[in-house]
Design a protein around this ligand. Structure first.
Ligand SMILES: [Mg+2]
Length: 304
């Protein structure tokens, strides 16, 4: 199947654009009605680097590419809007596989209120999926940035950690449950949680892509503060027992955030969260064990 025929097939699968999209796939460019400020992020996944087709179906890849892009929109507290998709397909990646990839992407788009408003298909040496997503907010003050954490804030996280990293180990032959594998193959962007945390007054936020160990340091660096986390408080996914693993494995796509202590009740009423520690003057991220000793996470290798 040629690229033009495949583009036509994808366009047919996507159906009518909705919401803000005035002109979607089919013209030279998409036309979208703007709303306050736009929030744009791009994410690319490449076979052999971010996933392996040996352990991921085309549908897993389509889902993951859009999910990881949407996770950045969630981390800003924005409303998801439009996605623009660039696909490079290698020889032998047939129409059936391409259709499954787009169908899984479309299913996640539908579920999250995202419109796939444009894209491109080319041939390439390996499977490559790049997704740009635009989210929307009424104004810049409705968004949550990495730079807003202040001395005295609390630190919290949504969901559970370590599941995706453990799932990758299961794919490589370690014992473990199918739920962990699912967690790795089908991450869920925490869009509703991100908007709820923004509305409830989170002061800084980031999605957990590299692991809480690294992502807490990103928040601390952007805010000019120190973030202190008690390792024993990390919410571990079922089947994960080592908090240091959960802090470093990454790809969980939960939301790590800070908030003033007086926002605690409002946040707990809006989103199930786990409180991990606090913000203070200083620099970097510090992890402590139950005895209060500083734990060096540097020794823990990334699973990837
Ligand atoms: Mg991110």
């Amino acid at each position: 199947m040629g690229e033009l025929a495949l583009i036509a097939r994808v366009k047919e699968m996507l159906g009518e654009p909705g919401g803000r999209v005035l002109t979607g796939p089919g013209d030279d460019a998409a036309v979208v009605r703007a709303d306050g400020v736009s929030v744009t992020s791009i994410d690319t996944v490449v076979d052999g680097v971010h996933f392996e087709l040996a352990t991921h179906s085309p549908a897993d890849v389509g889902h993951k590419a859009l999910a990881t892009a949407l996770s950045d929109i969630a981390a800003m507290g924005a409303e998801p809007g439009e996605a623009y998709v660039s696909l490079a397909l290698p020889d032998g990646f047939g129409e059936e596989a391409a259709t499954q990839l787009v169908e899984a992407m479309r299913a996640l788009a539908l579920r999250t209120g995202t419109t796939i408003a444009g894209g491109d298909v080319v041939s390439g040496p390996v499977l490559y999926v790049s997704v740009s997503v635009t989210g929307w907010a009424p104004g810049p003050e409705q968004l949550v940035y990495r730079s807003g954490a202040r001395d005295g804030d609390l630190v919290g996280v949504t969901g559970e950690l370590g599941g995706s990293g453990a799932g990758l180990l299961v794919l490589r032959g370690a014992p473990g449950s199918p739920a962990l594998v699912e967690r790795h193959r089908r991450p869920q962007p925490r869009l509703a949680e991100g908007r709820a945390l923004a509305a409830a007054g989170a002061s800084a936020m980031i999605d957990v892509s590299d692991g809480v160990g690294t992502d807490a340091r990103h928040l601390a660096d952007s805010s000019g503060v120190q973030i202190e986390i008690e390792l024993a408080k990390l919410p571990l996914a079922d089947g994960v027992s080592d908090p240091a693993f959960a802090a470093t494995a990454g790809d969980d796509y939960e939301l790590l955030f800070t908030a003033l202590p007086e926002r605690r009740a409002a946040i707990e009423a809006a989103v199930p969260v786990t409180w991990l520690g606090g913000v203070r003057a200083g620099a970097g991220a510090v992890f402590r064990d139950a005895a209060g000793r500083v734990v060096d996470l540097e020794g823990f290798e990334h699973v990837r």
